[in-house]
Design a protein around this ligand. Structure first.
Ligand SMILES: [Mg+2]
Length: 246
């Protein structure tokens, strides 16, 4: 049974001295559109986020499944921390080395050697590496078999298919993992995590906020680990605007 009718209350007013704010993007700050590119970003949203970030001493971050590139484009004018691709990329923070799985350099070495042997392009990445087969599409199957074998032998890494490429990146990125990383940063440390999101992919992060001294805000209908609910992104933006003007 859905409790959209109101068994979950609206969230309390944000406390700029004590809270840290983590915000999902689509369906939370913005209404969902028929296609991902058709979303409408309210003209004042970047400024609202910028003002709120200042009130919070920098303890505000966007946490989205979108790529960092798209987030940067949609929120031009807002310069605060952003986590994209469900935690696999971030702006305004560097992933602590203790988060890096064992074997990064060995894995990169093997991947580079494979690429060299096959005449393919190797791309070094801070969190892994990629092999591009655009120049030799006929070697896709070999490349795929090799990266799958690598992921099997380096269990901290997972294969991320890309355009004419296979990438290896650390396994297990998630929005709750991103919250744990962000919360270790000076601006966020010792604050109560408040997470807002609309989707089932947000549930681990909503639960994380609830379990770490803060709370979750579920946007829209549906079961949720969050204690609080707002009906739609417009109510979310109103809640944020009232926190700016307190
Ligand atoms: Mg969302």
């Amino acid at each position: 049974m859905d409790d959209f009718a109101g068994t979950k209350p609206a969230p309390p007013a944000l406390d700029p001295q004590k809270d840290a704010l983590f915000l999902d993007f689509d369906g939370c700050l913005l209404e969902i559109a028929p296609t991902p590119d058709a979303v409408q970003v309210p003209a004042d949203l970047p400024q609202l986020l910028t003002d709120l970030s200042e009130r919070l001493g920098g303890a505000l971050a966007i946490v989205s499944g979108r790529s960092l590139r798209e987030l940067t484009r949609f929120l031009a004018g807002y310069d605060g921390p952003m986590v994209g691709s469900h935690g696999a990329e971030a702006r305004g923070m560097t992933a602590p080395m203790e988060q890096m799985p064992d074997g990064l350099e060995a894995l990169q070495g093997e991947l580079a050697q494979f690429a060299s042997d096959q005449g393919l392009l190797y791309e070094d990445k801070s969190h892994g590496g990629a092999v591009h087969f655009r120049a030799h599409p006929e070697r896709q199957a070999q490349a795929e078999a090799f990266v799958q074998d690598l992921a099997h032998r380096y269990p901290g890494f997972a294969v991320q298919p890309a355009k004419m490429a296979y990438e290896l990146r650390p396994d297990g990125y998630s929005k709750d993992g991103a919250l744990a990383l962000l919360s270790a940063l000076p601006a966020f440390r010792d604050r109560a995590p408040v997470y807002a999101g609309d989707d089932t992919t947000d549930e681990p992060a909503l639960a994380w906020a609830e379990a770490h001294g803060g709370y979750g805000i579920k946007i829209g209908a549906g079961e949720s680990a969050a204690r609080f609910r707002l009906d739609a992104p417009q109510q979310m933006r109103d809640w944020l605007a009232s926190a700016r003007e307190d």
